[in-house]
Design a protein around this ligand. Structure first.
Ligand code: PHE
Length: 346
């Protein structure tokens, strides 16, 4: 037996018992047996020098050893590359990242924007005013007589109670109309979006604050026909062609005549449903011709100018558009609610 044969036997034992437990140990195996200065190569180098007689038998053994050594290596490789691929998903750096969470517009903001856009196209500008108001702008200038029960129409949060000089959270954005008339000259064509406050118990149908868009149009010769046509146009734009409107006589201290406007129910199209209490109609706003007293209170010549005004709750308009029946959802900031309007982001 040549010394080569003995060493092959020894190495063969080692190869058979080699059980790597990591890719690093496979690499150690490769460096020991398979690289160009490794055991296998050395054995073949030595093999060149053995006698011709020995070569035949030894050549066969050496080749078998070579195949076994390489075979083991391939097994190890498979085993560890399989393990790696199993671990892959958590390590795949080519996967897209988790992405960014974008906020979405609040449904009330979306609807307010839509309302504003419709009136802008008709030449209305946007006017704003303070949320903390004095008695004059919220009540007196708007023809609410002192101590008159009409003031109870809108339960008020007073900040300061002082005869004739109360300070309160505004109960409507009509106060902005007064400020506008006082500070400018007709013609006026403006809408007033904003938050308003009323002292009401919070429930699904009432809240202590809500949002309005009021409108004012004052010029020479403005008539009730202009009021009807403007609001009819608004409704067609907001809820689609063919939506019907009707006006019912009503009362507001600051308009005469006054009306409330209903539209054919947006949910059942007039057939009758829960939303319209099976009447086919839903109320969406109050309106009327600006009372001459209001014009005079704000320094406008009522003999020369006439005008109309209207006011709607954005919550109500949104409710009819998205069927959001509980008002509290608008201010709870529940992300599951707010997310539903994401596709509407602008
Ligand atoms: N200011 C009224 C309200 O808040 C709405 C309204 C505005 C009605 C203008 C008529 C004209 O209820």
């Amino acid at each position: 037996m040549s010394s080569i044969q003995e060493r092959i036997d020894q190495y063969w034992e080692e190869v058979k018992n080699w059980t790597p437990s990591s890719a690093e140990e496979v690499e150690i195996y490769r460096l020991k047996f398979l690289v160009s200065k490794g055991i296998l190569k050395n054995l073949f180098e030595e093999f060149k020098n053995v006698s011709v007689e020995e070569k035949r038998a030894l050549g066969k053994v050496l080749n078998e050893f070579k195949q076994a050594t390489e075979g083991r290596f391939n097994e190890f490789k498979d085993q560890f590359s399989e393990e790696q691929s199993k671990a892959k998903p958590s390590q795949d750096l080519t996967l897209p990242g988790p992405g960014f969470e974008f906020g979405a517009r609040h449904p009330l903001s979306l609807v307010r924007k839509e309302i504003v856009e419709i009136f802008k196209k008709l030449g209305f500008v946007v006017a704003e005013g303070p949320e903390i108001e004095d008695d004059w702008h919220n009540f007196s200038a708007l023809n609410f007589p002192e101590e008159h029960p009409a003031r109870d129409m809108q339960d008020t949060f007073f900040i300061r109670k002082q005869a004739g000089n109360d300070i309160a959270l505004r109960t409507h954005t009509s106060s902005v109309q007064v400020r506008m008339m006082e500070n400018g000259k007709p013609p006026f064509r403006a809408i007033m979006p904003g938050r308003v406050y009323r002292n009401e118990a919070i429930s699904a149908r009432a809240h202590c604050f809500f949002h309005q868009v009021e409108g004012l149009y004052i010029d020479e010769g403005v008539s009730f026909a202009d009021l009807k046509q403007t609001l009819f146009h608004f409704v067609q734009e907001m809820y689609g062609e063919g939506t019907k409107v009707r006006f019912r006589p009503s009362y507001f201290p600051f308009t005469e005549p006054s009306a409330e406007m209903d539209i054919s129910c947006t949910i059942c199209k007039g057939a009758g449903c829960n939303m319209c209490k099976y009447t086919g109609w839903v109320e969406i706003l109050g309106c009327g011709m600006v009372d001459p007293n209001v014009l005079e209170n704000s320094g406008i010549d009522a003999a020369k100018y006439t005008g109309f005004a209207f006011g709607m709750g954005i919550e109500r308009i949104t409710n009819l558009k998205y069927e959001i029946k509980d008002l509290r959802l608008f201010s709870e900031n529940d992300i599951r609610f707010l997310k539903q309007f994401e596709s509407e982001t602008i």
